[in-house]
Design a protein. Structure first.
Length: 316
């Protein structure tokens, strides 16, 4: 039995998993705090929101779309949830308001793409500004205190493990099963791989894309509630820049920008890598400006690897 390195490298999750292990190995020697229980739990908590939101982003990209608005929807959902909590004192209503705001934003993105035929990049870029602006208008730019169930979701622990990490694992398993074992999941991949063939096969492309955009809004809303709960405050600027981390996690995890291909487990690995890099910046005292540069380089590298991989597949 011969070892085929070329075939191994072509595995979409291999390169990011190898990078994850190398960064972890380096940090275990570079910082005495890295392997501490507290630090590892913080890495898991940081990865949880990115991974949760990236689950929806992955499905959108697999279906040949993209959602640039997730960072702003995180902030809007957090603000809506916190304001309802302050007005009613009801945890249930507050959670429904936050999730509902995310669903509405996602559904609007879906309607613009499927009904108005607006390019997903342009539609969600517009929503990025609209959602952030609405959040600022609602609060006047002032953070809103937030506690209750959201605080438990964001900062609570079960047997020493952050609730957000357990929720992330649960959602990853559910979405993985849904994407690989259900009819709806197969339709998402079919739409992204070849829309014309999917239409001839009787798949409702507009409905499929509406589902993935709405689901992305839902998980962005959940991410906003978790972040606000962790901080015990809903800042209208919450989630700013998260769209970069989310997209990077998805592409690093092996999801193809051209659609039709992607791994939910790969998305989890990509999110863990992004969280690990953020943690490394803090432990090693790297300037915040270099952090922004590094994230941009990671996205470029991930897209480049995807392009090279598709080139190898086309040559065969």
């Amino acid at each position: 039995m011969t070892f085929d390195l070329r075939a191994l490298v072509r595995q979409r999750e291999f390169s990011v998993l190898a990078m994850l292990l190398l960064v972890a190995l380096y940090l275990s020697f570079a910082s005495e705090y890295f392997l501490s229980h507290r630090n590892l739990m913080n890495v898991g908590r940081q990865a949880s929101v990115v991974a949760i939101v990236a689950l929806g982003q992955a499905l959108v990209i697999i279906a040949r779309g993209i959602d640039l608005s997730v960072g702003s929807v995180i902030g809007l959902s957090a603000v809506c949830s916190a304001m309802v909590m302050r007005a009613t004192g009801s945890d249930a209503l507050a959670l429904m308001a936050g999730l509902g705001a995310g669903i509405c934003a996602g559904a609007l993105n879906g309607l613009m793409v499927t009904r108005l035929r607006i390019n997903p990049f342009i539609a969600t870029l517009g929503m990025l500004s609209v959602a952030r602006g609405v959040a600022l208008l609602m609060t006047g730019g002032i953070p809103v205190p937030y506690s209750g169930w959201a605080e438990w979701l964001g900062a609570g622990r079960i047997a020493g493990v952050p609730v957000s990490v357990l929720l992330m694992i649960l959602l990853v398993v559910m979405v993985h099963i849904g994407a690989t074992r259900s009819v709806a999941g197969r339709e998402i991949y079919a739409v992204g791989d070849n829309p014309k063939a999917a239409r001839l096969a009787g798949i409702d492309i507009a409905r499929t894309r509406m589902i993935v955009f709405t689901f992305t809004g839902l998980v962005a809303g959940l991410g906003g509630i978790i972040l606000a709960g962790n901080l015990a405050s809903a800042d209208p600027n919450l989630g700013m820049g998260y769209e970069l981390d989310v997209i990077a996690a998805v592409i690093l995890g092996g999801t193809s920008l051209s659609g039709g291909r992607g791994s939910i487990l790969g998305v989890l690995i990509g999110a863990m890598l992004m969280a690990l890099l953020n943690n490394a910046f803090v432990l090693l005292g790297v300037s915040a400006y270099w952090q922004v540069v590094t994230k941009g380089l990671i996205i470029i590298m991930a897209v480049g690897i995807d392009g090279l991989r598709r080139g190898l597949e086309a040559d065969e």
